[in-house]
Every structure is written in C-alpha cells, then in structure tokens.
Design a protein around this ligand. Structure first.
Ligand code: PXP
Length: 244
C-alpha cells in the first residue's frame, strides 16, 4: 500500500502569522490521523518559521501514527532528533532565504560528513530518509552513507505542470520513474513529495516502487474550502485510484 504522510507545517504558518495560539498543528495532526493519514510530517526549520520546538514535543506526545521529522543536517537538529527519537527523520537541505525546500540534498559531495551525521540517528532507531532529486549519483551516495530511505523531490515535476511546460514535466516524470526503480533495485525504500496536488498526484502515486508520499501545502490550502478531513480523504482516494 502507498502510505500518505500529511505535512502539517503550514497550519503553524497560519498560527505564526498572528503570533497566536491557534490554529494548533497538533489538532490538525490528530484530525489527519482520523482521516486516514498513515503518518505526520513536520519540518523544524532553523528559523522556526512554522513548526516550533514545542510542537515537536506535543506531536511526539499526542500522535498514534509515526512522526516523520524533517530537519537540516545541523548539530542542533541532530540533538533534538536524538532527544525525541521519532520513527523517521528526513534530512533536507535548508537555506534561510528560500520560501520552501527548493532542491534535493547534495549527498554526493558531502558523503563523509553525512555518513557521520546519520550514524547516531540510525543507532537511535530512527529510519533515516534523504530528500534528493531524481539523480543517479545522489541515490548511489545516499545508499553508500547508509540511508534506509530516499524521498524523491517532486517539486520540479509539479512546477512544470502548473507552468504549462508539459514536455519538461513529462521528462521529469520519466526521470522520477527511472530513479524510483533504480533506488528500489539498490534496496532503498522510496518515498516522494513536494508540491503535490490533486492534479499532479496520479502519475506519481502510480509508480509501483513508491511506499509513501508526503504532502502538505496543498492539503492545508484545500482544507480552507473542503475542511481538512475531506481534503485528505480526496487525496487518499486519488492515490488509491492511481495505484489500481
Ligand atoms: N517532503 C519534503 C522532504 C519536504 O521538505 C516537504 C515540504 O516541507 C514536503 C514533502 C511536502 O511538500 P508540500 O508542502 O509542498 O506538499
């Protein structure tokens, strides 16, 4: 089965826009669980622009489904992850000036550093996932450093779709398809995410090697119109339909 991880970062974005106590991302996470989310994803950024440290504490306490803790490869985040020992950690590149995680992690050039960085996380029992572009050299490097999972960045595929650049979109889909197969052949568990919507999820969900999709921004936006649980249920339906 293809798992759906719901990213609740942008509930915290709305909260933080007013510096208020609401809307509460933990409440959203519990509703997402009830609506069929198989996991909850939260990204604690260095600048704490959305998720805060206290949200991670509360999520660890409240969740019945696994938490996928997204983090940059910094000592601060490693210490937080080792304190909580979430089910999974997903290592992402992070730049302060970016609006969202713009590209995949550069694993190939940072192999030694990353291998040392993830070793204690693995020893603590976390499943280590590396967020990367659909690029063979990056996948090989992620495999060599001992990651159990890779998450393929679907941002470019989604951007091309919405910009009407359909040839480039389709070429990116071919790359994602080939690299999902390649990573799987190495024994890596393959996830995907970033920018996925009702319009773009189908061809990605149909890739047979994928085990999990992580989806956030679109679902939180769509929940304004449908409510969070119906928004998630529709995504689940589209994923299941694509799998069939
Ligand atoms: N996967 C990873 C590794 C991410 O960094 C993000 C964004 O935080 C997502 C999935 C979800 O992307 P989106 O919010 O665009 O659905």
């Amino acid at each position: 089965m293809l798992r759906l991880g719901v990213n609740i970062d942008h509930v915290a974005t709305v909260r933080n826009a007013r510096g208020s106590a609401y809307p509460d991302p933990v409440r959203a996470a519990k509703l997402a669980e009830e609506a069929g989310a198989d996991g909850i994803t939260a990204h604690l950024r260095e600048d704490r622009r959305h998720i805060a440290d206290a949200d991670i504490d509360a999520l660890m306490e409240a969740l019945s489904v696994p938490l996928n803790f997204e983090m940059a490869a910094t000592d601060e985040m490693q210490a937080i992850a080792l304190c909580h020992k979430p089910h999974a950690v997903c290592i992402v590149p992070e730049k302060r000036e970016e609006r969202t995680t713009e590209g995949g992690l550069e694993v190939a050039r940072e192999e030694n550093k990353l291998a040392h960085f993830i070793a204690p996380l693995r020893e603590a029992g976390c499943r280590v996932s590396i967020f990367i572009a659909a690029d063979q050299a990056q996948i090989e490097a992620a495999n060599r450093i001992g990651a159990q999972v890779i998450e393929l960045h679907t941002g470019a595929y989604c951007d091309f779709h919405y910009e009407g650049r359909f040839e480039e979109r389709d070429a990116e889909l071919v790359r994602l398809t080939e690299m999902a197969g390649f990573a799987h052949s190495l024994g890596l568990e393959v996830h995907a995410g970033h920018g996925l919507t009702y319009e773009t999820v189908g061809p990605i969900a149909a890739l047979p090697e994928l085990m999990e999709l992580n989806i956030g921004h679109f679902l939180i936006g769509e929940s304004i119109f449908r409510g969070l649980q119906p928004a998630i249920a529709e995504m689940r339906r589209l994923m299941d339909e694509a799998r069939r």
